[in-house]
Design a protein around this ligand. Structure first.
Ligand SMILES: [Zn+2]
Length: 262
């Protein structure tokens, strides 16, 4: 059921609810990723300021709003709170709204929101540690498999997804091994290739190609924005960012592009 088929009030309410869900998920994933990076236990008590250790109350933890209200500082010690918190919360909230608009009230909205949460965690962890944890990649594969039987044609979905994973994972593995030989250094991490293969399940081969192109484009932009020259840079955030348009409007983009030539 699409959102537009609802009344205006119901649609606005639903969009507001999923925006709020997205902001909370973004906040949770950000905290979980930070704890993982800092080697803290995942479920170690209540949220606290990393600087002064003060336990945070509800009014410190409300996504986006708290950061704005506190003007980006800890209420207790005045330490700056990274702008990364409200930005990830807002981006996740908007991504969830886009998923709802695209897939309507359906299982696919649930699947893609969960997948986007996994991608956010992967991007944040890669940004800090240059690693993409296998456990999150495996979760992405399981998420695909669990929802597969509910698709219109599970067998077709299985073949398309399998081909996508093989095409993306296989092609990039061969390309990377060749580039490593030619340049005599590691060009792309194994985690990046596994992430492409996992997303290949969702995209299939055609949209998969679009995903690779967009990832390279976003990667170049990210390098320009942040990286110090010569330093290795994480590719995961670029792949995760490219996955959002690829998954939401990939087929439409591909057929529009093909239409230019046919
Ligand atoms: Zn503090």
């Amino acid at each position: 059921m699409s959102v537009t088929s609802l009344g205006t009030v119901a649609a606005a309410y639903l969009i507001f609810v999923i925006f709020l869900c997205g902001a909370c998920v973004g906040s949770f994933v950000n905290c979980a990723a930070m704890r993982k990076v800092q080697g803290e236990k995942f479920a170690k008590g209540r949220s606290h300021c990393p600087e002064c250790g003060h336990t945070l109350g509800v009014r410190d933890l409300f996504p986006i709003v708290s950061w704005l209200f506190l003007r980006g500082r800890c209420r207790f010690c005045g330490t700056r709170i990274s702008v990364r918190y409200p930005v990830t919360e807002l981006v996740t909230a908007l991504a969830f709204v886009a998923v709802l608009v695209r897939f309507g009230i359906s299982l696919w909205t649930l699947q893609h929101c969960l997948l986007f949460a996994v991608l956010l965690a992967l991007a944040l962890i890669d940004l800090d540690t240059m690693e993409l944890p296998n456990i999150l990649l495996i979760f992405g594969v399981i998420l695909w498999a669990v929802f597969l039987p509910f698709s219109a044609s599970p067998l077709k979905g299985l073949i398309k997804g399998g081909l996508g994973a093989l095409a993306l994972g296989g092609a990039l593995l061969i390309f990377t091994l060749l580039m490593d030989k030619i340049l005599k250094r590691e060009t792309m991490g194994g985690g990046d290739i596994k992430l492409f293969a996992m997303l290949g399940l969702y995209c299939g081969p055609a949209v998969g190609l679009l995903l690779v192109l967009l990832s390279c484009l976003f990667g170049l932009v990210f390098i320009r924005l942040r990286s110090v020259r010569g330093q290795p840079f994480p590719f995961g955030p670029a792949i995760a960012a490219a996955a959002v348009p690829s998954l939401l409007v990939g087929p439409q983009l591909v057929s529009w592009y093909m239409g230019l030539f046919l």
